[in-house]
Design a protein around this ligand. Sequence first.
Ligand SMILES: [Zn+2]
Length: 224
Amino acid sequence: MLDPSDIIIKKDALIAIAKRCFDLRLQTNAGGNLSVRLAERNAIVIKTSGIGFNECTRENLQVVMLDGTILPSEPDLKPSKDLEFHLDIYRRREDINAVVHCHSPWATGYASTGQEIPCLTVQTIEKIGRMPLIPLPENGGPQTAAQIGPVFDDPAIKAAVLANHGTIGAGKTLMAAQYLAEIIEETAQVAFVRDTLMLALRREKPETPRYGTHEDERHALERA
Ligand SMILES: [Zn+2]
């Protein structure tokens, strides 16, 4: 028996995070999805198909058991296409209690080149470590649970990027998963600026900053 008050708390938390995601323009239209595990640990709350992140309400979110059973109290809601990969991640990882998947444009654009987004900022190295790029399936359709799930078997993986599709942040809480979605997008933007400027400056690798070096002192004396 699932605790009805926990369901309400988790639905309200999901609604708040979905709104934050929309407000930050990480997810427009009705794409993407997010979910959170219930206290009993064998069920989740997830957004249903066709509902925008800014339109989530207690009535259009769905409670689904980890074995895929949808609660009979919600017969009219259409399950999300992403339901199976969310369930699969929760089944594989006890430490994960929330998943935020969105089609944020910088990360999705970067990943559409077939390149993994590099963890190049201090924050990304510390908070994420690595965000694997999951390729498109051979038929060119969206990635499925069979491609996504195994990536999360590595307990160090908290974030992944789906080629030509979007991002996944998986955390202990909804806010932790949301922060990952935000950091992935921010890192893709930073990486794009770096890559573009390196190309414009015709540099193979970044220059070492000169401040405080003898060379810097010499330049200062020359300018004086
Ligand atoms: Zn998607």
